[in-house]
Design a protein around this ligand. Structure first.
Ligand code: XIL
Length: 391
């Protein structure tokens, strides 16, 4: 039998408590009970003194003893995958449903993990009422601004002092390099105008003055989106708003984009005066019809050829994944003076959102830890690179 060598610590789930039940569609793979160990390598120990290393958590992690213990042993901070998003915390005007978010924060605090907030304004997982009438007409500006402010003050205010940084606005920039406008035409923008971003950052600062405020996006390592991001940040500065950090989601594929392009963007954001946070790291190993990214609207229809690793990752791809992570982390550690944190999007292959995006119901293998909570070759590579950097 294969030995469980991913280190976990004793579970304190009883003190964390479980409340409410929100089903997010995910493939959790096999039942999990990793052997508790206190020796064995951990990412957090290897990364200590290099940069904070974290993971997105969900009910399927914190309510599963094995995963809950594993996440706490391996990582030093968490992001909450879904349960701080607007549609989940304020589904109806003035009706706040913080039970699940609170449960995640209690889990983190019980284990001594820092919490990063995600997210206050986006165009997905938003309650429609916030910026639109029931028939889809944009609300009056005044009403929309009031809704935005009330939401941000309630959510960032509730967790004031307990959240290290907020992804205040998520994915506000267009993907198209040739579009004449650079902001995505979201419900918030339609109702409020281009200054919805400046307002959101101002309200977030008011709600939690000590939290770092992040602008978070996917594909912002690519030159076109990087240019638009720098333009947005300049515009915000001109409006008197200073964003603290650029969140680079880094939803990568095996061969795309190059480490060099990612490196150039980290340097460019740093030179423009921003910290960099890697907020949602994973490496998709499955085929896609269109180049990568994380535009939730860009779903693809599947066929069996699009799901080649249902029985497990083949040796070549396993090696390619390890190499991809090694090369990425070799670059990240060189720029550790610019990087505030590196956060993986999900704990293990079984709980990865990439099992359902961009094609639903596939078997993906994008992370360092597999479905039965065993470390993959990529895990060993990342630990080695971090340890060498930390010496
Ligand atoms: C994803 C979650 O992982 C899924 O569970 C959910 O169904 C959709 O959203 N970029 C982001 C994250 O900023 O919030 C997204 O999370 C993944 C892409």
């Amino acid at each position: 039998m294969k030995r469980a060598v991913v280190t976990a610590v004793m579970c304190v789930c009883a003190t964390v408590g479980v409340s409410g039940s929100v089903a997010m569609e995910q493939d959790t793979g096999a039942a999990t009970r990793p052997v508790a160990a206190t020796t064995g390598p951990t990412l957090r120990r290897a990364a200590s003194g290099v940069f904070p290393i974290g993971v997105a958590i969900a009910p399927k992690v914190i309510r599963d003893d094995g995963r809950a213990a594993l996440a706490a042993a391996q990582f030093d901070h968490v992001t909450i995958e879904n349960h701080m998003k607007p549609a989940l915390v304020q589904p109806e005007p003035g009706v706040f449903t913080f039970e699940a978010a609170d449960e995640h924060v209690r889990y983190a605090e019980a284990y001594g993990l820092a919490v990063y907030g995600h997210t206050l304004v986006w165009h997905n997982q938003m309650p429609k009422w916030m910026f639109e009438t029931p028939d889809g007409t944009p609300l009056d500006r005044e009403k929309a601004v009031a809704n935005l402010r009330a939401h941000i003050l309630a959510v960032a205010g509730r967790y004031r002092g307990r959240v290290r940084a907020w992804d205040v606005v998520n994915e506000a920039i267009r993907d198209d390099d040739h579009a004449t406008e650079f902001l995505r035409d979201t419900p918030a923008r339609k109702a409020i105008g281009d200054d919805y971003l400046a307002l959101a950052y101002t309200f977030a600062r008011e709600a939690d003055p000590a939290a770092l405020l992040v602008y978070n996006d996917y594909n912002n390592e690519l030159p076109g989106k990087r240019t638009r991001t720098l333009k947005l940040l300049k515009d915000l500065e001109a409006r008197g708003v200073k964003v603290d950090a650029v969140g680079m989601q880094l939803h990568l594929q095996l061969g795309w984009p190059s480490v060099k392009v990612i490196e150039e963007s980290i340097v460019a954001y740093h030179e423009a005066g921003y910290r960099v946070m890697v907020t949602e790291l994973d490496v998709d190993v499955l085929p896609r019809r269109r180049p990568g990214g994380a535009d939730l609207g860009a779903v693809e229809k599947g066929d069996p050829t699009m799901d080649p690793f249902t029985a497990g990752l083949n040796a070549d791809t396993q090696t390619a994944l390890a190499k991809r992570y090694r090369e990425l982390f070799e670059m990240l550690v060189r720029h550790r003076d610019k990087i505030d944190r590196v956060t993986f999007w999900n704990l293990d292959d079984g709980t990865s959102w990439l099992n359902n995006f961009p094609v639903r119901g596939r078997t993906n293998h994008p992370l360092l830890i597999d479905r039965i909570l065993q470390p993959k070759p990529a895990f060993e590579e990342v630990v080695r690179v971090l340890r060498e950097a930390g010496r």
